[in-house]
Design a protein around this ligand. Structure first.
Ligand code: SAM
Length: 211
């Protein structure tokens, strides 16, 4: 595996310690975070010949075909998409990407569909009270989701995720409804349709879990 933007190196360290992967590349564009990862790895019990630390931006630190799985976590969805754009020769040889976009997950999903990747797994996780989207992508076509920023599937945290989204979208559409601008009113209507679709999905999930 390669963990791009590794910072503290916690994920590759866990994967190596738990024998999830035989070998890991840890990289970061900044020296401070890479040094943090180096100290972490050096003080662990993982053998030195099972990992390699590299300073550099995005996928430029990898040779084509070098890593089967590449993780890009804890960055914005737009930054992740631009990292994929910058090194297509490497990106095209990756078997599976794992993403955890902090923001603009919909932008990243749309980028993936446009470039021939499909979302093959989706999970939600809670980190200090904040819900995070995590998804994996492999090569292959996929029909885009109706709402690219909303994960599909029946994750245990999905009802909570949908509830939070519904509240946020309602707030935005209520603000837009106060505008006198015709464009804003159209946006508000589209957001209200999205709220109804998400409420339906949430209610369906709730019924399927409680019947
Ligand atoms: C918030 S940390 C995320 C750390 C870890 N991946 C996680 O999910 O907990 C983001 C890291 O990405 C690094 N980063 C930002 N842009 C990058 C790029 N273009 N290439 C590699 N690393 C980058 C930053 O230096 C920082 O260490």
């Amino acid at each position: 595996m390669a963990d791009i933007g590794t910072d503290h190196g916690s994920l590759p360290l866990w994967c190596l310690e738990n024998e999830v992967v035989p070998y890991a590349v840890l990289s970061d564009v900044n020296e401070g975070p890479l040094e943090r990862a180096r100290q972490r790895m050096d003080s662990s019990f993982v053998a030195e010949d099972r990992y390699n630390l590299r300073l550099g931006s995005g996928l430029s630190v990898l040779k084509p075909g070098e890593a089967q799985t590449v993780v890009l976590a804890g960055m914005g969805g737009e930054l992740i998409a631009s990292i994929l754009d910058e090194d297509p020769d490497v990106a095209e040889t990756v078997q599976r990407f794992v993403f955890q976009p902090r923001t603009r997950a919909g932008h990243l999903r749309s980028w993936l569909w446009e470039h021939g990747w499909r979302i093959c797994a989706e999970r939600l996780a809670k980190e200090r009270g904040r819900l995070c989207q995590i998804f994996a992508a492999e090569k292959g076509p996929q029909e885009p989701y109706e709402y690219p920023d909303i994960p599909e599937g029946n994750d245990p945290l999905m009802i909570e995720f949908l509830d939070k989204k519904i509240v946020n979208i309602k707030l935005i559409s209520d603000n837009l409804l106060h505008s006198k601008n015709a464009g804003d009113l159209k946006k508000a209507e589209a957001l209200q349709r999205k709220v109804s679709a998400l409420e339906q999905r949430r209610d369906g999930l709730w019924k399927s879990r409680h019947s």
